[in-house]
Design a protein around this ligand. Structure first.
Ligand code: DX5
Ligand code: ZN
Length: 230
């Protein structure tokens, strides 16, 4: 299970490059690598599962040498219909892990097995309205469960507070080695509470990249999340 090696016992803030200034993506990622970030969140959206067409494997391919060269990881959040069709392309481009939505597949187990066969890390994502039990059937086979705290689509949306009890519930129900990840509206105001609820992986887009100093904002989020370590 690669995620255990990547995370250890740390709390991780994952910059979401969807919110970056794409004209300066390499520089921004490099500055965050210098500040200690090692897991970068890549939002792949297809205009079908979500309305937005976001970024795709060609961006993964461009970033992979820089991120891998520094011992980093590209964590790809597939907000796409039929995610099984994208797995090999994401892997081939240099993706290290894929998280697909349970709402987007007919058979979760089959897609998990396909991702594993390619040597990818695997996560299951839950939209805010999807019952948390939807993640349990395949929980033994995955590295993480992503609890969305916004409706997937755009960076910069407000955190939905009802995500907190869902995170706590997932933490109680999932095997201990399966990580809980939260994505959407993470900020200095809620990072500690999200960590306290049991999430170890905090995705942050606008709270990093839409700030005047993305590196300082990343560091402040890490400190705030770590303050929530039980
Ligand atoms: C949106 C994406 C998120 C997004 C997070 O649905 O899945 O990863 O980039 O951005 P913020 O942190 O601004 O909500
Ligand atoms: Zn995401």
């Amino acid at each position: 299970m690669p995620w255990q090696e990547w995370v250890g016992d740390k709390t991780v803030v994952e910059p979401s490059i969807y919110a970056a200034d794409l004209s300066r993506l390499g520089d921004q990622v490099e500055a965050l690598l210098d500040a200690g970030a090692r897991i970068f969140h890549v939002d792949i959206g297809d205009g079908r599962f979500i309305e937005e067409i976001t970024i795709g494997p060609i961006v993964v391919r461009s970033l992979a040498p820089l991120v891998h060269g520094r011992g980093g990881v590209l964590d790809c959040h597939l907000m796409v219909a039929e995610p099984g069709r994208q797995l090999a392309k994401v892997k081939e481009a240099g993706g290290d892990s894929v998280t697909f939505h349970v709402e987007a597949v007919e058979d979760v187990q089959v897609t998990v097995a396909s991702a594993r066969a390619l040597g990818l890390g695997v996560g299951l994502a839950l939209n805010p309205s999807t019952p948390v039990v939807a993640a349990l059937a395949a929980a033994d086979a995955v590295d993480l469960v992503l609890c969305m705290s916004v409706h997937p689509g755009l960076s910069g949306q407000a955190f939905m507070p009802e995500a907190l009890p869902r995170v706590a519930q997932l933490r109680r129900l999932l095997p201990q080695e399966v990580l809980v990840q939260v994505d959407g509206g993470i900020s200095l105001e809620n990072a500690r509470a999200v960590r306290e609820a049991g999430a170890r992986l905090l995705v942050a887009g606008s709270a990093v990249f839409w700030q005047e100093d993305p590196v300082a904002s990343y560091q402040a989020l890490v400190a705030e999340a770590e303050a929530g370590v039980p």
